[in-house]
Design a protein around this ligand. Structure first.
Ligand code: GLU
Length: 282
C-alpha cells in the first residue's frame, strides 16, 4: 500500500504507551518527550486533523508518586495508583497543550461504557461533540473503578475500540518496539521486520508472542488483536516506536515507518461482536 495515502487521513487516534512517556528507571514522566509529543499532536490539529489520544501512564505515574517500588499487584493498589496518576497525567497534558492554545478533555471509559448500548451511543456522541469543538480528547480506561472485574485491560485494545467507535481512519500505536517482527527481536537476532500487513492471518496471530514490558500491559499479541478490530472497522493501523516522537509526523508524511496494517472495512462490522467475545464477557 502506498504510504502517501496516510497523508490524507483525517480522524486519527494515537495511542501512547506508558513506556513512551515515562523514564524507565524511575517511572517519572519524561517531560521532554511529552513536550515533543504534545507539539506534534497540536500541530496535527492545526493542520485540520481530528486527533484523539489514548494515553497510558496512570498506574505507572501514580506508583511513582506514592513511592511504590514494585509494580502494584493487588486491585486496590492499582486502583489507588491510577487515581493519583491519572490526575497528574492530565495536569501535565493540559499544561503542555495549553502552551499551544489547544484544549483537551479527559475521557475515562470502562468495558461497560462500550457494552451498554445507551452509554456507548452517548460516548460516541460526546467524542463527536468534542472533535467538532476542536478539542483533543485524552482517553484512558477508568482504572480506578475498572481494574480486574470490568476491565478492557490494555490500551492497545482500548485504542482500537475507540477507533472503531468514532470511525477513525487511522490508528497509530506508539510502542516500545519498531513494529512487527517474525520473532522476538530481543531474543532472536534473525527476526525479520514486517513493514506491511495486508491481512491478519492465523499464522500472523500465532507469531504475536506476549512480551509485556515492565510498565505497560500490551505485548505483541494484544497489538495484533487491536489491529484486527481497527482494520475490520475500517481504520489503517501503524505500530511504531515511541522512542522517537517524530515518528508520528513521519508516518503522517507518508514515510516508511513501523508496520502498517491495511484497513479492509467489513460492512458487517459490529463493535459489539468484538466486545462479546469470551475475553470480554462477564
Ligand atoms: N490504563 C493503564 C494506565 O494508564 C495502562 C494500560 C496499558 O498500558 O495498556 O496505567
Amino acid at each position: 500500500m502506498n504510504r502517501e495515502l496516510l497523508k490524507d487521513k483525517k480522524r486519527i487516534v494515537v495511542k501512547i504507551g506508558s513506556s513512551t512517556i515515562t523514564h524507565e528507571a524511575t517511572n517519572n514522566l519524561n517531560l521532554i518527550k511529552m513536550e515533543k509529543l504534545v507539539r506534534v499532536l497540536a500541530d496535527l490539529s492545526n493542520q485540520g486533523k481530528e486527533v484523539v489520544v489514548v494515553s497510558s501512564g496512570a498506574v505507572a505515574v501514580g506508583r511513582q508518586a506514592v513511592g511504590m517500588k514494585k509494580r502494584p499487584t493487588e486491585v486496590k493498589e492499582k486502583q489507588a495508583c491510577a487515581a493519583v496518576g491519572q490526575a497528574k497525567l492530565m495536569m501535565v497534558y493540559q499544561k503542555l497543550f495549553s502552551e499551544y492554545n489547544q484544549l483537551t478533555a479527559q475521557v475515562l471509559m470502562t468495558k461497560y461504557t462500550m457494552i451498554n448500548d445507551i452509554s456507548r451511543q452517548n460516548a460516541r456522541a460526546t467524542f463527536e461533540e468534542l472533535l467538532a469543538m476542536g478539542v483533543i480528547p485524552i482517553v484512558n480506561e477508568n482504572d480506578t473503578v475498572s481494574t480486574d472485574e470490568v476491565k478492557i485491560g490494555d490500551n492497545d485494545t482500548l485504542s482500537a475500540i475507540v477507533s472503531a467507535l468514532i470511525g477513525a481512519d487511522l490508528l497509530i500505536l506508539m510502542s516500545d518496539i519498531d513494529g512487527l517482527y517474525t520473532d522476538d527481536p530481543y531474543k532472536n537476532p534473525d527476526a525479520e521486520f514486517i513493514d506491511y500487513v495486508e491481512r491478519i492471518t492465523p499464522k500472523l496471530e500465532s507469531m504475536g508472542k506476549d512480551s509485556a514490558s515492565d510498565v505497560g500491559t500490551g505485548g505483541m499479541a494484544t497489538k495484533i488483536s487491536a489491529a484486527k478490530i481497527a482494520t475490520d472497522s475500517g481504520a489503517d493501523m501503524v505500530i511504531a516506536n515511541g522512542e522517537d516522537i517524530r515518528n508520528i509526523s513521519r508516518i503522517m508524511q507518508g514515510e516508511q515507518i513501523g508496520t502498517l496494517f491495511k484497513a479492509h472495512k467489513d460492512e458487517a462490522f459490529k463493535l459489539m461482536d468484538y466486545l462479546k467475545t469470551e475475553q470480554y464477557s462477564d
